[in-house]
Design a protein around this ligand. Structure first.
Ligand SMILES: C[S@@+](CC[C@H](N)C(=O)[O-])C[C@H]1O[C@@H](n2cnc3c(N)ncnc32)[C@H](O)[C@@H]1O
Length: 216
């Protein structure tokens, strides 16, 4: 996207409205929790987004994993099932989302920008399509990295800025450049990598979704 796109308001950088407050964003998602079609409580375990999170976390039995911006805990459920001896904590700003989190997964209300877990308390932290809502992205990344123990693993799945405009988005939503998020993670972590991913094995990634992985 170039200058013309920006002038015509076709990039996220051209959105000028001030972000709503955290309580307004929480209210939006508390209402959205009623919409099971767009905010589902389960995910097909064959979807590659699940596989890449599980693969990057590795064996987390006996360890603590945080799902930052968990929604209804559809990823957390599968992380717990794959690692029955782990403690998986679903964290979300919207308490109505957390009401759907299944038994066996711990839950904690809180913001990505002030995660309610102790420093270096987690072996793994992941965020799927939630960082895009955090508004203060640098602070959210600092928080994800703060609660991760040295040697712990971080995975973020989110949308690619180059595909901005494919959907209607709330005014505060941000998508990310591949290198942009890599460099933010490199402030806190080593072994930072990223790549485009698809939903299904037989599909070539179309560039909309990216995964960033890191080791602290
Ligand atoms: C698109 S949903 C994704 C949910 C889940 N990660 C998934 O993939 O099913 C975005 C979630 O981020 C949560 N969220 C938005 N802003 C947040 C913030 N600042 N801190 C924590 N959670 C937030 C919303 O309440 C919502 O549940």
């Amino acid at each position: 996207m170039g200058l013309l796109d920006r002038i015509l308001g076709r990039t996220q950088d051209s959105k000028k409205e001030a972000a709503p407050s955290p309580s307004e964003i929480a209210a939006f998602f508390n209402e959205a929790a009623k919409d099971e079609e767009h905010f589902p409580s389960t995910i097909d375990p064959r979807i590659l987004h699940v596989r890449w999170i599980l693969e990057h976390l590795g064996d987390v039995n006996g360890k603590v994993v945080a799902d930052a911006g968990s929604g209804k805990g559809r990823f957390a459920k599968l992380v717990k099932e794959a690692n029955p001896q782990s403690t998986v904590v679903a964290i979300d700003i919207a308490t109505a989302m957390l009401q759907h989190v299944p038994q066996g997964v711990e839950k904690a209300a809180g913001s990505l920008t002030a995660l309610p877990l102790a420093t270096e308390s987690c072996h793994g932290v992941y965020a799927t399509e939630s960082l895009e809502h955090a508004v203060d992205i640098d602070l959210a990344i600092a928080e994800i990295c703060r609660i991760t123990a040295p040697g712990g693993r971080i995975a973020i799945i989110d949308k690619n800025k180059d595909h901005w405009g494919r959907f209607d988005t709330p005014s505060w939503e941000k998508w990310f450049g591949q290198k942009e998020l890599e460099s933010k993670l490199k402030r806190h972590c080593r072994k930072v990598e990223s790549r485009p991913i698809s939903y299904w094995e037989e599909e070539t990634p179309d560039g909309l979704f990216l995964i960033w992985t890191a080791v602290k």
